[in-house]
Structure formats: structure tokens, C-alpha cells
Design a protein around this ligand. Structure first.
Ligand SMILES: [Zn+2]
Ligand SMILES: [Zn+2]
Ligand SMILES: [Zn+2]
Length: 259
């Protein structure tokens, strides 16, 4: 940990639940050789005062940690319990080993219940040697601190499923969202950087499509916005980005921005 390190947001994955390319798909996006069209499952690393905070740990977690040489995690924040956001958690074993302590996982209680069910062996009375160690921390709708960092949870909806977005300082990160109650919008206003999901062009039952994401961006009017959790049906990175307003960008895997 280096407290002088720059505060950054790094996109580790920007793809929807199946990733891009999709297995067996021969569409131009899935066949594209632009590396920005290769999207692992959505996850991001926020580095604040030298501490790494991971948002979501999907099935590509291991690869994302290796690619970005992440060897230390202060905490993992989970938006919700869908497979593409939590199924990498078994691989936190490596961090348990390096950091000599359980992984601190922040999520709401319903997500804890899912984790206890899916990773039941972690919480069993008799534990197989070498299994992951997790310490689950409750997140309500109130701001919470982890070390020197403060996070404000933002209650959003993923169709009917309540999910959490997170704001820290001037950054707001929202994924798997297609509705935000008005009182939660107050928590987002004034944010300088907004990350929001924009699945595709057509309407979707539980994700903002591009038009809806752009409408939110217009309403919040942040300095910079990045779109994530993208499907192959949105189009090629280069083609889509040309159509966006000047301060709105498609995120891509490996993009890292200063906060
Ligand atoms: Zn998702
Ligand atoms: Zn495709
Ligand atoms: Zn989801």
C-alpha cells in the first residue's frame, strides 16, 4: 500500500453476464479483433489512498487479478448476488494467503444469505483445509467507512431486485440498474464521474439500454460518464463510441482513469 498513490478507477470487466465474445457467436462484434471488444464480466477496482476496493467478483475475478497484478484487496463491495457478480469469490483464497486474514466483503444482508448458500463450505462447521475465508459486513442504506475511504450505498432496482450502487467522493458506480428512486437520485447529484450500465439498444427488463443510460447522464450531468455491462448486441466499441456525446465514453477492459 502506498498512501501517495494516485486515486484511480480501473475497469476490470465491462461485459454483460455471458461476456463478449459469446461462446459460439459469429457476429461482427464477437469476431472483432479490437481488444476493446473483448469484455470480461463486469467488475471494477477503485484505488483510494493506496487501498484497493473491488466492486463485484464475477467468474473472471481470477483472470482480472492476474492481468492487473492485484495482490492486495482492502475490501470487496458487492452490488448484488447474480452469478456474473459473485461467482469468482472462491478465488479470494489467494488473498487470504497473501494478506493472512479473511476477505472483507461488504454487501446487503440478502446478498450474504446467497453467499452462505452458494459457498456453504466456507461457513461449514468442519472446514476443508485451504478453503476461502470471508468476513461478511452488513451494508444498510447509510454511508460506511473502510479505513480512510467512505462509501455511500445507492439503492437502485434491477427490475424487481433491489441492488446497490456506490458513491465515493466524486465517483458514482451503478451497474445492473434500470430504475433509481428519486430520493436516491439526490445521493448521485453533483458527482463528477458516473459509471452506469447500458446493455444494448433495445429495451431490457432489468438493465438500462443505451437511450435510458444517456437520459440518466443528461439528468445528472456529470463531467465524465462511462458505460459498462455491455452486450455484443450494442455494437463494436469504435462504432458506438462515435455516436456518444463528447463527455460520455464506452468503458473497456483495462481502461484506468484518475479520480
Ligand atoms: Zn450483471
Ligand atoms: Zn456476438
Ligand atoms: Zn444482475
Amino acid at each position: 500500500m502506498d498512501p501517495r498513490a494516485e486515486n484511480r478507477l480501473t475497469f476490470l470487466g465491462t461485459g454483460t453476464s455471458q461476456g463478449v465474445p459469446l461462446i459460439g457467436c459469429h457476429c461482427p462484434v464477437c469476431r472483432s479483433d479490437d481488444p476493446r471488444d473483448k469484455r470480461l464480466r463486469t467488475s471494477a477496482l477503485i484505488t483510494l489512498h493506496g487501498d484497493n476496493f473491488l466492486i463485484d467478483a464475477g467468474p473472471d475475478f481470477r483472470q482480472q487479478m492476474l492481468t492487473h497484478h492485484v495482490e492486495n484487496l482492502r475490501a470487496i463491495l458487492l452490488t448484488h448476488e447474480h452469478v456474473d457478480h459473485i461467482f469468482g469469490l472462491d478465488d479470494i483464497r489467494a488473498f487470504n494467503w497473501i494478506q493472512k486474514r479473511p476477505a472483507d466483503i461488504y454487501a446487503e444482508r440478502r446478498v450474504h444469505t446467497a453467499i452462505r448458500r452458494i459457498f456453504h463450505y466456507v461457513f461449514a462447521r468442519w472446514r476443508y483445509p485451504g478453503i476461502p475465508q470471508m468476513e461478511l459486513h452488513d451494508v444498510s442504506d447509510l454511508p460506511f467507512r473502510i479505513g480512510n475511504a467512505e462509501f455511500t450505498p445507492i439503492r437502485c432496482f434491477h427490475h424487481k431486485l433491489p441492488v446497490l450502487g456506490f458513491r465515493t467522493g466524486d465517483l458514482t458506480y451503478l451497474t445492473d440498474v434500470n430504475a433509481i428512486p428519486e430520493k436516491e437520485m439526490k445521493k448521485i447529484r453533483g458527482t463528477r464521474m458516473l459509471v452506469v450500465n447500458a446493455l444494448r439498444h433495445e429495451k431490457h427488463i432489468s438493465h438500462f439500454n443505451l437511450e435510458e443510460a444517456l437520459r440518466l447522464i443528461e439528468e445528472i450531468s456529470p463531467r465524465y460518464s462511462y458505460l459498462t455491462h455491455l452486450s455484443h448486441s450494442l455494437g463494436k466499441h469504435l462504432d458506438v463510441e462515435k455516436t456518444l456525446p463528447g463527455n460520455v465514453f464506452l468503458a473497456y477492459d483495462g481502461l484506468s482513469v484518475t479520480l
